[in-house]
Each structure stands twice: as structure tokens, then as C-alpha cells.
Design a protein around this ligand. Structure first.
Ligand SMILES: C[S@@+](CC[C@H](N)C(=O)[O-])C[C@H]1O[C@@H](n2cnc3c(N)ncnc32)[C@H](O)[C@@H]1O
Length: 223
């Protein structure tokens, strides 16, 4: 019998993450650092903000697909939207979906400061409705899903038909602190994440990988 090797992943301490970010092309600039501070001042909800290494990766992915039209589901205080907006091609546009006026007010302020406000359009309201109202044209080049977990399936199903071939849909928190692989955890959010992971894995319209970056990121490419 072939022995199964242990995982080759390392434990990503804060020091390792800082090192990785410092050696990437897109470390947080002054505006993003200020946004991290402003978000931390909100208290416990600040854990919802994506990490700087993930943000740098999302900027690079946005560039890789030459995105002109991007959609974000779950904007919060705006960190990931700045990362996407900075990766857009000239003349590119990002539609942001959220339900919170308060949290996105912080996002708006930092979009202005980051010089990307002109390419972002914020739509306040349940994201499923916002997505359903999107016309088929222009097709989406990159979408990022990072909102309420029970909604992921509906968001994904609205987005995939609107992606151009070769476009990406990214889904955040798909490892849910590792709980997806622990059968004893059966709460609503964990079950919702398991369901969307099964759905994406069985979806012939895309080819997908889950990367164990941050809390787990799915990258699905439309065939
Ligand atoms: C994890 S946070 C997003 C973090 C963000 N991507 C960042 O980089 O900071 C989730 C966001 O989803 C929003 N949200 C929750 N339910 C929603 C819904 N039904 N429609 C749209 N947004 C929703 C919340 O208001 C919250 O701002």
C-alpha cells in the first residue's frame, strides 16, 4: 500500500504572511493600510475583511484575465473592491453588491482616496436581486463572491451564465476554517459552503480549483 504523505502546506503565521505580502508587487499601500485600521476600529466584524495576500492575488488574477467588467458580491468596507478595481483594464468597470449603507460608506471614502471611485458602481440591496437584474451584455470577466454563505449557490448560479468563456468566478471562505472537512460540524454556514463546493466540483461549465489561501479560495474558469 502506498503511504499517504503528510500535507506539504506550511503553517502561515503572521510573520510568514507579512513576508509573502512584502515580496509581492501589490503590498497594501497607504490607503489600504488606513482601510485596514478603519475596519479594525469596527471591532469583531473586521474579521470579514480579506487578507492582504489574498488581495494581491485577486489584483493579479484580475490583470491575468484582462478584466473590463467585474462584479463583487459582498463589499463590506471595500478592501477587495480596491484590489479588483486596481487590476481592471483601462476603462474597466466594477459593480459592487452589498446590503449595508454603513459599511460601504467606509468603502466609498477609500475608493475616492485610492483613485478608483470612478470605475466602481455600488448597488445596495440583496445581491441575488442585483445579479438577476444584470443584462447578459457585457459579459462578466471576473466575479468575486464573499457575502452571506447560504446565498453562495444563488449568486454562483446567477453569475456563471453571465461569464464570458475564460472568465473567472472566485468564491471566498470555501474551507470555512477547515470545518468543511470535519463531519461533526453541521451548522447552516458550513453546510452551505459544502453544498456550493459540491455544486462547483460537479459543474461541467467550469474548471475549478480550491486554493488553501486565507480561508480557502475557489477559482473557477468558465469553459
Ligand atoms: C465577508 S464581508 C465582505 C468582505 C469584503 N469582500 C472585504 O474585502 O472586506 C460580507 C459582506 O456581505 C454583505 N452581505 C450579506 N448578505 C448580503 C446579501 N444578501 N446581499 C448583498 N450583500 C450581503 C455584508 O453586508 C458584508 O458587507
Amino acid at each position: 500500500m502506498v503511504e499517504r504523505p503528510e500535507t506539504k502546506s506550511i503553517v502561515v503565521t503572521q510573520a510568514v504572511q507579512d513576508y509573502a505580502v512584502a515580496h509581492s508587487t501589490f503590498p497594501p499601500d497607504e490607503v489600504q493600510r488606513s482601510l485596514i485600521e478603519a475596519t479594525q476600529a469596527l471591532g469583531g466584524v473586521s474579521v470579514m475583511q480579506i487578507s492582504p495576500d489574498q488581495g494581491a492575488f485577486i489584483t493579479l488574477l484580475t490583470r491575468l484575465v484582462g478584466a473590463r467588467f467585474a462584479v463583487e458580491v459582498g463589499t463590506f468596507t471595500g478592501y477587495s473592491s480596491i484590489c479588483i478595481a486596481r487590476g481592471l483594464a483601462d476603462g474597466g468597470r466594477l459593480i459592487c453588491c452589498d446590503v449595508s449603507e454603513d459599511w460601504t460608506a467606509i468603502a466609498r471614502e477609500h475608493w475616492e482616496r485610492a483613485g478608483v471611485a470612478d470605475r466602481i458602481e455600488l448597488r445596495i440591496g440583496p445581491a441575488a436581486e442585483t445579479l438577476r437584474a444584470l443584462p447578459p451584455d457585457p459579459p462578466i470577466d471576473l466575479a468575486f463572491i464573499d457575502a452571506d454563505k447560504p446565498g453562495y449557490r444563488a449568486y454562483y448560479d446567477e453569475i456563471v451564465p453571465r461569464l464570458r468563456p475564460g472568465a473567472l468566478v472566485l468564491l471566498d471562505n470555501v474551507l470555512w476554517s477547515g470545518n468543511v472537512a470535519d463531519a461533526s460540524v453541521q451548522d447552516e454556514n458550513t453546510e452551505a459552503i459544502r453544498a456550493i463546493n459540491d455544486h462547483v466540483a460537479a459543474d461541467d461549465r467550469v474548471e475549478a480549483v480550491i486554493l488553501p489561501i486565507a480561508d480557502g479560495l475557489t477559482i473557477a474558469r468558465k469553459r
